[in-house]
Design a protein around this ligand. Structure first.
Ligand code: BDR
Ligand code: CA
Length: 318
């Protein structure tokens, strides 16, 4: 199998870091470049964290560029309560000697997409500000984009609010632009994101692994967050964004459905992904109270054990 040309868009971020380590390690994925955006942490921290993680991965030659430092409309609101002040939780890595590309990540993505002989898969693991800007500035790039796989949204519960998932909530207009761009989209939302994790003892054992990469994965997985009160240990062990990258190489581990999806842009529901799960959608259109929504491939369930095997096995940590 020829490897899949992929561009990652990240807000590194504990679980973005896991996703980068996995993507770089997998032989069927060719990471052409990494685009950074403000989200979990400030843009500067996201870029620096991404470069440091690439050093750990031994993949210093992958180009990294900085994109948007805030959403299209609202100010940036980080997730330091989840990812720590620096963005990598309890993982502290040596400073990097690398610098990001001189131009913006919009220009980097445009160049990589234009130059690629094969259509590129964009994997958005962060607020979709950069992807929306790319599609607005270079609409013809859509022709050489295979699809956009995004971690974001939910067909059930939210996290940033009761109904909205963080990445979509952080920049709902960007997510709406991406959804309506005509490029096929695949939604890896909280319905599956919240399911894939390792036990705490597995994460802790990796802390003393004999490779720097293994120890970094252990620190990232054993990161405890403050969400929901004292320990917030529900999030300990989640591979998070890395699950969306696992879905590229093992799609059979997920049950997906083609579903109409719409982004809520106002009120308390701002940032919510409305996923039409009705058996017979369309009656609202018939009644004249709705227009047709965009069809998205939505991941609804996942074989968590199989995905963990893919994740740890690829990284040589099984
Ligand atoms: C998403 O938001 C961030 O906190 C994570 O990195 C993930 O991309 C989950 O809602
Ligand atoms: Ca992320």
């Amino acid at each position: 199998m020829t490897s899949l040309p992929v561009i990652l868009d990240v807000d590194t971020g504990v679980d973005d870091a896991l996703a980068i380590l996995f993507a770089v390690a997998h032989p069927d994925i060719n990471v052409l470049g990494i685009s950074c955006v403000a989200g979990n942490a400030s843009l500067e921290r996201v870029v620096d964290n991404t470069l440091r993680i690439l050093d750990v991965a031994g993949a210093g030659d992958i180009p990294v560029a900085a994109g948007a430092r805030r959403p299209l409309i609202e100010p940036a609101r980080d997730a330091s309560h989840v990812h720590g002040e620096g963005g990598l939780g309890t993982l502290h890595l040596p400073a990097t000697s690398r610098t990001p590309e001189p131009g913006s990540s919009i220009e980097l993505m445009h160049r990589l997409i234009t130059e690629s002989p094969q259509p590129v898969t964009l994997v958005a693991l962060a607020p979709q500000t950069n992807i929306a800007l790319l599609l607005r500035q270079y609409p013809d790039d859509a022709r050489n984009i295979e699809r956009i796989v995004f971690m974001g949204g939910s067909a059930s519960v939210g996290n940033a609010t009761a109904v909205a998932e963080f990445n979509v909530w952080h920049d709902p207009e960007a997510a709406a632009i991406v959804l309506d761009s005509g490029v096929p989209t695949y939604m890896y939302g909280l319905d599956v994101f919240n399911r894939v994790g390792v036990d705490e003892d597995v994460a802790n054992a990796l802390l003393s692994h004999d490779t720097a990469r293994g120890r970094a994965v252990g620190a990232l997985l054993s990161n405890r967050v403050a969400v929901g009160g004292d320990t917030g240990s529900i999030y300990t062990g989640l591979i998070g964004d890395a699950g969306a990258v696992c879905a590229l190489v093992d799609p059979g581990a997920l049950h997906t459905e083609l579903r109409p999806v719409r982004i809520q842009l106002s009120g308390y529901g701002r940032g919510q992904t409305l996923v039409d799960l009705r058996q017979w959608p369309g009656e609202d259109i018939l009644h004249g109270v709705a227009e047709e929504w965009t069809t998205v491939e939505v991941a609804l369930t996942i074989d968590a054990e199989r995905t963990i095997e893919t994740f740890l096995g690829t990284l040589g940590l099984a």
